[in-house]
Design a protein around this ligand. Structure first.
Ligand SMILES: Cc1cc2nc3c(=O)[nH]c(=O)nc-3n(C[C@H](O)[C@H](O)[C@H](O)COP(=O)(O)O)c2cc1C
Length: 181
């Protein structure tokens, strides 16, 4: 299985990336291929709401997001990892999530029901983001894609990049999540 790891942290050596690396370790040990995308380093236009996709056409944008969306429409699985910024996922993460609409809204495209999805949210304040996490699991994933949602890492108490290296329990949970792919 091909798994796209969409990393929405703009920071180098981010907690998101460290957690994704542990998920990838578990998944790769199960024979899967994990491709990492650092969204900050890519050229991805935000959805313009033109609804060309509703008419069965490809997204109006041909950019780095196209490569991600085409693979998802071709059956790839996904890990979405984002820090909480001002109470929600980062703008980088949301930009690619909004482009998922060009699959959901297109009568000629779909996510694969054989594909799997997982979420990572990193944040400084533990416990505050349960409702937001549940919302993000429901939409876009459970309500808007055919993929099987296999789990989330809700990683709180991480104030600075790299803090997760001192949280072996989170890294262990991430590795175990990777084994579910
Ligand atoms: C601009 C900005 C906004 C943030 N907003 C929040 C917030 O609303 N709630 C929170 O718990 N942490 C917040 N944080 C902390 C980050 O979510 C936290 O440091 C996280 O571990 C960063 O993950 P990363 O290393 O993957 O980027 C914010 C950090 C930044 C830089």
């Amino acid at each position: 299985m091909k798994i796209l790891a969409l990393i929405g942290s703009p920071r180098k050596h981010s907690n998101c990336e460290a957690i994704v690396d542990e998920i990838a370790k578990g998944a790769e040990e199960n024979g899967h291929e994990v491709i990492k995308y650092i969204i900050q380093d890519l050229d991805i236009a935000p959805c313009s709401g033109c609804e060309l996709c509703r008419k069965g056409k490809d997204c109006r944008y041909t950019d780095d997001g196209t490569e991600i969306i085409d693979q998802l429409a071709d059956g790839a699985s996904v890990i979405l990892a984002s820090p909480i910024y001002f109470g929600q996922m980062s703008a980088q993460a949301k930009t690619i999530v909004d482009r998922f609409y060009s699959i959901f809204n297109n009568p000629n495209k779909s996510f694969s029901k054989d594909a799997k999805a997982a979420i990572v949210l990193t944040h400084a304040y533990p416990g505050d983001y349960d409702a937001y996490l549940q919302l993000t699991i429901a939409q876009p994933f459970q309500n808007n894609t055919e993929m099987e949602f296999i789990g989330a890492i809700d990683a709180g108490d991480l104030k600075f990049p790299g803090d997760v290296k001192d949280k072996p329990e989170i890294l262990r949970e991430a590795y175990e999540l990777g084994k579910k792919f």
